[in-house]
Design a protein around this ligand. Structure first.
Ligand code: GLN
Length: 283
């Protein structure tokens, strides 16, 4: 009879295999914990216990697939955390990034929670719905809209909103077009649009380039086309005194400032750095 492998042995094999392929060995833990269906604490308690053969097989196949193709671990487990909540993700949506948590935090922190009037918010290009859903849950007395051109992305976003019991009005269409058609007027417009120039594609890792949707990553005009389109449409949906907040590529601050300035000449524009000290938000 073959001896069952202990958890730490399976983990050690995986960590070495991943390292050999230039991948992060931490992925081994995330995947094994996922296939065992245990939480972090239980996982550490089980370290010297044997792993059921079927789990070993599934786990090894996943580790090999990740190591060789670069498939994101989130596509294997089917979820990612954002702002302390779990979101369903798949190949139709951008995997949530920690930088985007900073955008959301900036908005929640600069919102007056004691105000009496409801606040109307729109998230443009919502993808998995992370921004819209988090704002709907974190800002009391808010009415939140979210748009996306992709039906497949909206399916994911709607599932997430349902699971997290967030009240978000999803609209299908190009940037702000569906909001314009409905005559919606907002206090806050937020977006993490595609902002990578096509020419930068070769510099991206295979995990991003081959698996995040192209629609979510790339924009024409050196990565500025989506900002341009949203800002052009923005006067039709924003109230007289409104806030615009964008996630940006770290070298796009000046260009996005200029785009906002052109359309909203009376505005106060500022840039905020992320925790890595890179320009990340223009508002
Ligand atoms: N708003 C979503 C996010 O921030 C999707 C962004 C995108 O697809 N560019 O993750």
């Amino acid at each position: 009879m073959t001896q069952l492998q202990k958890q730490f042995e399976v983990l050690r094999w995986a960590s070495l295999f991943l390292e050999k392929h230039g991948r992060e060995s931490r992925v081994a833990e995330i995947l094994l914990q996922h296939y065992l269906g245990v939480d972090r604490h239980q996982f550490y308690m089980l370290m010297r216990e044997p792993v059921p053969t079927e789990v070993v097989d599934t786990f090894k196949a996943a580790v090999e697939k990740h190591a060789i193709t670069g498939i994101p671990v989130q596509h294997l487990t089917g979820y990612e955390m954002f702002y302390g909540r779990e979101y369903i993700v798949n190949e139709h949506v951008l995997i949530p990034r920690p930088e985007t948590e900073e955008l959301v935090q900036h908005i929640t922190q600069s919102t007056d929670t004691s105000r009496e009037k409801p606040l109307t918010i729109i998230d443009v290009g919502t993808g998995s719905g992370i921004i819209a859903i988090t704002l709907a849950l974190e800002i009391p007395n808010s009415i939140v809209y979210a748009t996306d051109i992709s039906e497949d992305a909206l399916k994911v976003a709607k599932k997430n909103a349902k699971q997290l019991e967030a009240n978000v009005h999803f609209l299908q269409g190009d940037f702000l077009q569906p909001a314009i058609e409905k005559g919606i007027q907002v206090d806050i417009l937020v977006s993490n649009p595609p902002y990578i120039a096509k020419s930068e594609a070769p510099e991206l890792s295979d995990t991003v380039k081959d698996f995040d949707p192209e629609l979510a990553l790339f924009a024409e005009a050196n990565g500025l086309a989506a900002y341009q389109a949203i800002i052009d449409q923005a006067p039709k949906v924003t109230k007289t005194k409104a806030t615009l907040a964008f996630e940006i590529g770290h070298e796009q601050s000046e260009a996005v400032h200029a785009l906002i300035q052109e359309t909203f000449s009376e505005s106060t524009i500022y840039t905020i750095q992320d925790i890595n000290g890179k320009d990340r938000i223009v508002a």
